[in-house]
Design a protein around this ligand. Structure first.
Ligand code: LLP
Length: 421
């Protein structure tokens, strides 16, 4: 459920009419609903109701806008960060250090030091080399580093190959067969405090089966490691639960189904569970508001050319992702069209042969379910300024990232005076 609905024939975000935002800020623009995010936090928390004090660490990569993170911080969420930048933004947005986990295969010594000095709940390490590096940093700074290893359970996540992470062929985690040696080495390294295990097998998962298989493996690991004398009292189960995009597809499992499965599988673990949901919390809390520039005839059906492009929303061109497209003022008629942006690549296509509400030049429309991996993955390809972001809460709204003007981009790219010498 979300708060983007028709009222009086016009799409609103909560109590704000989308044309009002377009008039004030221009298009394309990302619009987020704070009430939708808060609702998803509540739904996820309720789904985990039977667990003792789970840590819900929002995957910052899904939407690192500080106003979004601050909204989630007020709901008690922590953060899963994967870079020094995400760590810094999460802290600036008010996320408590003892609710931050640091993931990723390529943490640098500088990033490790930043998080150690600033404080965090846990590093999720993905290799022994990383453990050695962290140990050096911990000894140098005199701050003990709480760690878990991310286990690669070698399961097929059944999602798009580019967002699957739990197979042995992916770069993530350490193999089950290497666990005992890794934990033993980590225990012997100075400055590290071994406290847990972690797993994350991929994103937009539409079945619980691979998750259950992975968690079962993690359960086995916990008991084996304890038998080896390790004090394992944290299990980070990652994120990845899918959300509905295309109403024609079967609905992914609900948070409640996920919660029941987790409680069943983890019942005897005696650990504090950590979760890293991203998409589930913010996915359908955001839309991309765009204007139709023109409708161009095509061989089979027209091209609807909108002012948003692949640089603003990369998901369709990167993963063939499906995003609903709807006119802001639907007139009850529909049409079949290809929806494309202005960028000079055929890959700049949002939808092919799409049956959708009729739009014409000058009309406003939205792409739905853009709150996760939307603005955060945008770029300035074709020298298109980054789209602004707006946060709505009831009848209040604010620009939480202004449009980056081309002048600002130019000012940041000096031309050396020796050019042409
Ligand atoms: N934890 C870790 C270690 C992750 O790598 C990710 C996502 C998450 C948690 C959050 O996963 P979620 O709950 O959001 O599925 N750009 C892609 C998605 C990439 C996901 C990367 N890792 C997309 O637009 O679909």
């Amino acid at each position: 459920m979300d708060h983007f609905e028709l009222r009086g024939g016009i799409l609103h975000c909560e109590d704000v009419a989308l044309p009002a935002i377009a008039a004030a800020v221009g298009t394309p623009v990302y619009v987020y609903s704070a009430s939708t995010m808060k609702r998803h936090v509540r739904v996820f928390r309720d789904a985990l109701g039977g667990l003792t004090d789970p840590l819900i660490a929002f995957a910052v990569k899904a939407n690192p806008n500080p106003a979004v993170l601050a909204t989630l911080a007020t709901q008690g969420l922590g953060a899963d960060v994967v870079s020094g930048g995400e760590y810094q933004i999460a802290r600036a947005a008010g996320i408590a250090p003892d609710r931050i986990v640091f993931s990723g295969v390529g943490k640098t010594a500088t990033e490790m030091e930043q998080a150690l000095r600033g404080g965090l709940f846990q590093f999720n390490l993905e290799s022994l080399d990383e453990a050695e590096m962290l140990s050096t940093v911990a000894v140098r700074t005199g701050i003990e580093a709480p760690i878990a290893f991310r286990i690669n359970p070698d399961v097929l996540a059944g999602t798009h190959a580019k967002i699957s992470t739990g197979s042995a062929h992916n770069k993530f985690g350490i193999a089950y067969s290497e666990l005992a040696a890794a934990y033993k080495r980590a225990r012997d390294l100075p400055g590290l405090k071994v406290q847990g295990v972690a797993v994350h097998i991929g994103s937009q998962l539409t079945s619980l089966d691979p998750l259950e298989a992975a968690f079962t493996r993690i359960g086995e690991a916990i008991f084996e490691l304890r038998a080896g004398g390790h004090d394992i009292h944290v299990a980070d189960l990652g994120g990845g639960l899918g959300i509905p995009y295309d109403p024609a597809e079967p609905e992914p499992p609900s948070p409640a189904d996920y919660g029941r499965m987790v409680q069943r599988v983890t019942e005897k673990w005696d650990v504090r569970l950590v979760f890293e949901p991203g998409r589930l919390i913010v996915g359908n809390a955001g839309i991309l508001l765009t204007q139709v520039i023109r409708v161009k005839p095509g061989p089979d059906h027209p091209f609807v050319i909108v002012d948003a492009a692949m640089n603003d929303l990369m998901r369709p061109s990167l993963y063939d992702a499906w995003h609903a497209f709807e006119p802001v003022r639907p007139d009850g008629e529909d049409m079949i069209a290809d929806i494309v942006g202005p960028v000079c690549e055929s890959g700049d296509t949002f939808a092919v042969d799409r049956r959708m509400g009729r739009v014409g030049a000058g009309d406003l429309a939205i792409f739905r379910t853009c709150g996760a991996y939307g603005a955060t993955m945008s770029n300035t390809y074709n020298s298109r300024p980054l789209a602004p972001e707006v946060l709505v809460n009831g009848s209040q709204w604010a620009v939480v990232r202004p449009r980056i003007a081309v002048e600002t981009m130019l000012a940041g790219m000096p031309i050396p005076d020796w050019v042409g010498n």
